[in-house]
Design a protein around this ligand. Structure first.
Ligand code: G16
Length: 538
């Protein structure tokens, strides 16, 4: 194997967002060395023992094979001697986090743009995870970005493409490339977390439907729900990962996963639990007959029922965490349980120190992410299994669990308004203007706090500033405004809205819309961005 030093020129736009680098596929395909620059930059700044395994995989989308094959060559040239790659290139984000921890890997590259559509006209991304399975923290992503601005060469071998379709070992001098099955280890982990016998029995009389959306969770869902739990094959929808995700948008929300949402809403719905996951398998949507459980509520409900889950029986919840824009439904549960509840900036990386230090063992986000301390990523299938296990123990329906929860804790009505495709400078100007605005009250309830969110990590004192503008009206209501960090064209402003009411059966728009109108006037969205209503409501 020959190692070549290739000259390159830096790109100015390789700043990682909320979760890795994400761009239009055309950016990767049409800009020479674009991928190679980013991979080499990360390798340059992440100081690790290169004899420990490096794991490479992705969500199966278009461009994955090219990215994986090039990354193998770059890794070999940079002296990595133990490279593991998922069969077919498939490794879901949660399975990757587990694999890293399980085999003692030093780091990984996941080629995914998460829930963003795939294909030639879709998106591609690179997620970088470190040796505890966690997404690269801010200091690493910033250092990698700085490196991309000055990179002039990268190293690469002249080796051929590896056949990813069969599990096998390939030797290159001292180094090996091993194609591995990433599903079986993950299934083993799930079996340690949940009561599979109980769930299998429950599923004899109660049906489950899971939509893999032609993305990465298909093989994992088949192994867990069909092979291990006896769910009929036909109830795992869109189970084959496809390079263009079947032309779909693998975002597990009522709008983008409308097919399964509609099945749940139908009068003749025969399923006890319905769920969907996203492109790389870290997000989840939970549905019951006639009911959608918003992610903030799902997190709170799992916390409230944690005593029914084997993992939390042996390791009781010590603390929980949510991202700032996630509703305070979780706080209500934590307060009643007498455990700590942390609010972190958006982005899974901010949970990892809390998990590592043992301060929390359950966390989640409004963006359809939930997970525990078994890995250091959010985990779509794990969240579905939490619900399934709770249903199997309690014998209650999803709707019953939700209604009883709201009767006990009150209800945090919640909605997210997205303003997409905005001019970046207009959206930035809007955000900057907020600091100079004053606000007194909403519907007679005084403001108790308003300002930019600064997070000080309680474990290491690191500081993350400007993580969203929050306006709080005591326990009653709250809204948050922040810029999305996962888009690939223009800017997306997100407005997160939360209203608390003891009455649990009001219509969500009726409760939320007055606060939404108030917030949109406050932020002057029409003046700054020439738009007066969101392009998407979740
Ligand atoms: C990523 C992060 C999540 C975060 C989400 C927010 O999700 O992993 O922790 O909540 O982005 O997205 P935005 O910045 O657009 O609001 P994923 O699933 O896309 O990797």
């Amino acid at each position: 194997m020959k190692i070549q030093t290739v000259s390159t020129v830096p790109y100015q736009d390789q700043h990682p967002g909320t979760s890795g680098l994400r761009k239009k596929t055309t950016v990767f395909e049409e800009n020479q060395h674009y991928l190679e620059n980013f991979i080499q930059s990360n390798i340059n700044i992440i100081k690790i023992d290169r004899s420990r395994p490096l794991v490479i995989g992705g969500d199966g989308r278009y461009y994955n094979n090219r990215a994986i094959q090039q990354t193998i060559r770059i890794a070999l040239a940079n002296g990595f001697t133990d490279i593991r790659v998922g069969q077919y290139g498939f490794v879901s984000t949660p399975a990757m986090s587990h694999l890293i921890r399980h085999i003692g890997a030093s780091m990984s590259f996941i080629f995914s743009a998460s829930h963003n559509p795939a294909g030639k006209n879709g998106d591609v991304g690179v997620k970088v995870n470190l040796s505890n399975g966690e997404p690269a923290p801010l200091e690493i992503t910033e250092a990698a970005f700085a490196e991309t601005l000055k990179i002039t060469t990268y190293l690469i071998t002249d080796t051929d493409d590896i056949d990813l379709s069969v599990c096998a070992d390939y030797q290159f001098g001292e180094a090996s490339v091993r194609v591995i099955d990433s599903v079986s280890d993950y299934v083993g982990l799930m079996k340690c977390q949940f009561d599979f016998d109980l769930m299998r029995n429950y599923l004899k009389d109660n049906l489950l439907c899971f939509d893999a959306m032609h993305a990465i969770t298909g093989p994992y869902a088949k192994a867990i729900f069909v092979d291990a739990l006896g769910v009929p094959d036909e109830y795992i929808l869109n189970a084959t990962p496809l390079p263009d995700f079947g032309g779909g948008h693998p975002d597990p929300s009522p709008k983008t996963a409308k097919h399964i949402y509609d099945i749940a809403q139908a009068d003749d719905c025969s399923f006890a639990l319905l769920a969907a996951s996203d492109g790389d398998g870290d997000r989840n949507m939970i549905l019951g007959k006639g009911i959608f459980i918003n992610p903030s509520d799902s997190l709170a409900m799992i916390a409230a029922n944690a005593e029914y889950l084997p993992h939390y029986q042996s390791h009781p919840l010590k603390g929980v965490a949510r991202s700032l824009p996630t509703s305070r439904a979780l706080d209500a549960v934590a307060s009643q349980k007498g455990i700590d509840c942390y609010a972190t900036p958006t982005g899974w990386k901010f949970f990892c120190n809390l998990l590592d230090s043992g301060r929390i063992s359950l966390c989640g986000e409004e963006s359809f992410g939930t997970s525990g301390n078994h890995i250091r990523e959010k985990d779509g299938i794990w969240a579905v299994l939490c619900w399934l296990n709770i249903l199997a123990v309690t014998g209650k329906s999803v709707a019953q669990i939700a209604c009883e929860h709201w009767q006990t804790y009150g209800r945090h009505y919640y909605s997210r308004y997205d303003f997409e495709g905005l001019d970046t400078s207009a959206a930035t100007a809007l955000l900057q203007s907020l600091d100079n605005k004053s606000i007194a009250a909403f519907n007679g309830v005084s403001v108790t706090h308003s300002g930019q969110f600064t997070y000080v990590d309680p474990t290491d004192g690191s500081v993350a500033e400007n993580q969203g503008f929050e306006v709080v009206f005591g326990e009653k209501a709250r809204f948050i405004i922040r810029l999305s960090g996962t888009g690939t064209s223009g800017a997306t402003l997100r407005l997160y809205l939360e209203v608390f009411d003891k009455c649990s059966d009001l219509a969500i728009p009726t409760v939320i819309e007055p606060l939404a109108q108030f917030a949109m006037q406050f932020m002057e969205i029409a003046r700054y961005c020439d738009i007066d209503y969101p392009s998407n409501i979740v």
